[in-house]
Design a protein around this ligand. Structure first.
Ligand SMILES: Cc1ncc(COP(=O)(O)O)c(C=O)c1O
Length: 420
């Protein structure tokens, strides 16, 4: 298998992560619960870095994929920066001890308050996505008597060949500045007060499984950079994230081929290449543990009902995403049945799998939803007044609770009673 390996394996018939039996963790922390392998995250960071080799580069982990503070600290300990998309993510990154000079700020809708916070923190780059945003940033930086470092996000109009909700580099997407507008805007920027142009960048989408989109975007960027350096010096090329992972049926490129494809198109040895991987770093490192509650048959259709719902893991409902399911007891692999695996939430869209060959799960059985480290716990909600699951990080031979399970009191603690 290419890409990050799953940290799951059976030992004496029990499913383990980092040699720890997951049934014990389910007993200790309850279900549903997110479990992350610190070793797998560190291995993914190391393999990504090896892929880049000795080019001048900065890895800014796209923390939207999983922003638990202890997860962020694993990245900080390996000298990674962060790609943030909100003031809340800036707060989290700083709380995790990530130096501001390794933080880049992406996103089409930065508010003025967020710009002020990021300027005061002294971040590395604002990845600007529109002329209006640039002008706002210029004004705010002048008001604060400072200068905003800018990287212009180019929309290269390249098809990333992925799910439409996670494709971002087409001219119809809201992201980036059309590439035929960049040159003129870049010239205008040289006259704007309060900003300094430091780089250009792109991000064409997520869960990309072939290298063609990356190659085309990098080639467009190379031509652009060759023109732009005649106007102003550039220090950074930001190549975004997007490298896909194996959810069970995919064969993604490995980090070395990915980095080679991009870097060979960008032969600017004196510039720093900023990489923003998210999913690759954490996706295969996490599982969601859940317990089967009931089996039922409606007409001839079988439903396996478990205690994790779309509020805990929305990816199947939102993107028709595929996840593999591993029974915690290996013997359950012996018999397969065709069924839907669904949660308790009152929506027909509340499913983890539809019409799939699944193990013949019985009430009380435990299973691990694999590849649930990215875009999973971060998207959890309280829909149906369901407390969000805890998060547990396995590292240094221990299982550490890094976010506790929410309580019923947590569900209402922000609500302000009316006094009249
Ligand atoms: C600007 C930017 N960079 C990086 C990423 C991370 O993408 P991925 O998790 O696919 O690596 C995203 C995700 O949407 C993004 O919008």
């Amino acid at each position: 298998m290419r890409g990050p390996q799953t940290p799951l394996s059976y030992e004496n018939g029990r499913l383990c992560m980092q040699a720890m039996p997951l049934d014990e963790l389910a007993r200790e922390f309850g279900t549903p619960a997110y479990i992350y392998s610190g070793d797998a995250i560190e291995a993914a960071i190391d393999s990504f870095r090896r892929g880049i080799g000795n080019r001048k580069a900065l890895i800014c982990y796209a923390m939207k994929a999983n922003s638990n503070l202890e997860v962020l600290r694993l990245f900080r300990a390996r000298d990674c920066g962060m790609d943030i998309v909100s003031g809340g993510e800036l707060y989290r990154a700083l709380r995790a001890g990530v130096p501001a000079h390794r933080i880049v700020f992406s996103g089409v809708g930065k508010t003025e308050a967020e710009m002020v916070e990021a300027l005061q923190a002294g971040i590395l780059l604002f990845c600007c996505e529109s002329e209006a945003e640039l002008r706002t940033l210029s004004r705010i930086a002048c008001d604060l008597g400072t200068t905003a470092p800018i990287s212009l996000r180019v929309n290269p109009d390249v098809d990333a060949n992925t799910h439409p909700y996670i494709s971002t580099g087409l001219k119809d997407n809201k992201f980036g500045i059309p590439h035929n507008r960049i040159f003129d805007l870049f010239r205008e920027m040289q006259l704007m007060p309060g900003i300094i142009t430091k780089g250009v960048g792109f991000h064409i989408g997520s869960q990309l499984l072939d290298l063609e989109g990356f190659r085309s975007a990098a080639r467009i960027m190379r031509n652009l950079v060759e023109e732009l350096v005649a106007l102003a010096p550039l220090e950074y090329i930001d190549v975004g994230g997007g490298l896909g992972i194996n959810y069970g049926r995919e064969n993604p490129p490995d980090a070395g081929d990915y980095a080679h494809t991009i870097l060979s198109e960008l032969p600017f040895e004196d510039m720093t290449i900023v990489f923003e991987p998210g999913r690759y770093m954490v996706g295969n490192a996490g599982v969601l543990l859940t317990r089967v509650l009931y089996n039922k048959v409606n007409q001839s259709k079988r439903f396996i009902i478990c205690d994790a719902g779309m509020n805990d893991l929305i990816r199947p409902a939102l993107y028709q995403a595929y996840h593999d399911f591993w029974p915690l007891a290996e013997m359950r692999l012996e018999r397969l049945v065709r069924a839907d695996l669904v949660g308790p939430v009152c929506e027909s869209g509340d499913f983890l799998a539809r019409d799939r060959e699944l193990c013949d799960f019985q009430p009380g059985d435990l299973l691990a939803v694999a590849s649930a480290g990215a875009y999973s716990s971060v998207m959890a909600s309280n829909y149906n007044a369901r407390p969000r699951p805890p998060e547990v990080l396995l590292s240094e031979g221990r299982a550490r609770l890094v976010r506790r399970r929410e309580t019923y009191a947590d569900l209402i603690h922000l609500e302000v009673p009316s006094r009249d």
